[in-house]
Design a protein around this ligand. Structure first.
Ligand code: ZN
Length: 242
């Protein structure tokens, strides 16, 4: 069925007018809070019965995402940014619950931490995903900061239909912090100092997105003091649970 031409014209004009009038609300209903947010929702991918990417050696994805997310959360708090974590332990949180948590916040951005997996063991690099246009700057900023890590490979910034991105009403991004299936990136992910570096670069991108370049101060000494002497992620997993 075709719409009468006049009606479709009026609708088109109204659409264009709405784009011009609302600086902060995009076409998808996503509020662009990327420069005004007060809260960062930090989402550690997977958890509990959902292990995420799995390797024969080293911790599963759910453990390394939680560790990077906790480090990121701490760094954001040190930068006077409010934070909410979707999970702070090894528990299963359904995707819809994560979406509910992100959409409960008024002025927020959502950052989900994942590690990648591929059957091709050579595949490697950082990838950052977003869905709404309002999320692009944050996604791009995070990808650029990750690329300052020595020997990093650029997997690019891409759109994706992941539920936590598609259903978000705030800027939302998902970061794939390298491939666990790749020998080099998998080894790095097992190293807490490297995970600290990942968290630091992501935190820097988020803080700069909000407050401008050069504002972020990394506090490695404090982070180092908080480190337990033993490597936590790999030693915590009883071999029987693999
Ligand atoms: Zn994942």
């Amino acid at each position: 069925m075709t719409m009468p031409r006049l009606v479709s014209r009026i609708l088109a004009l109204a659409f264009v007018a709405s784009l011009a009038a609302c600086g902060t609300v995009g076409t998808s209903g996503v509020k662009n809070t990327s420069k005004t947010f007060t809260t960062v929702i930090v989402d550690a991918g997977h958890g509990g019965k959902d292990s995420g990417a799995y390797r024969r050696y080293g911790p599963p994805e759910k453990m390394v995402t939680l560790d990077v997310a906790q480090r990121l959360e701490r760094k954001l708090r040190e930068s006077q940014v409010k934070t909410v974590m979707t999970r702070d332990s090894d528990v299963f949180i359904p995707l819809n619950d994560r979406v509910a948590m992100e959409n409960k916040q008024k002025r927020a951005v959502f950052v989900s931490i994942h590690f990648n997996d591929s059957r091709k063991r050579r595949t490697h690099g950082f990838e950052t995903y977003y869905h709404s246009g309002a999320s692009f700057d944050l996604a791009n900023g995070i990808q650029q900061k990750l690329m300052t890590i020595p020997n990093s490979a650029n997997g690019g910034v891409h759109t994706a239909n992941f539920r936590v991105l598609r259903l978000a009403n705030c800027p939302a991004v998902l970061v794939e912090c390298g491939y666990l299936s790749n020998r080099s990136e998998g080894n790095q992910a097992r190293d807490w100092e490297y995970r600290e570096l990942l968290a630091d670069r992501i935190a820097e991108a988020i803080v700069e997105q909000r407050y401008g370049a050069g504002v972020y101060r990394s506090r490695p000494q404090i982070a180092a003091q908080l480190q337990p002497p033993a490597e936590p992620a790999s030693s915590n997993i009883p071999s029987g649970s693999r």
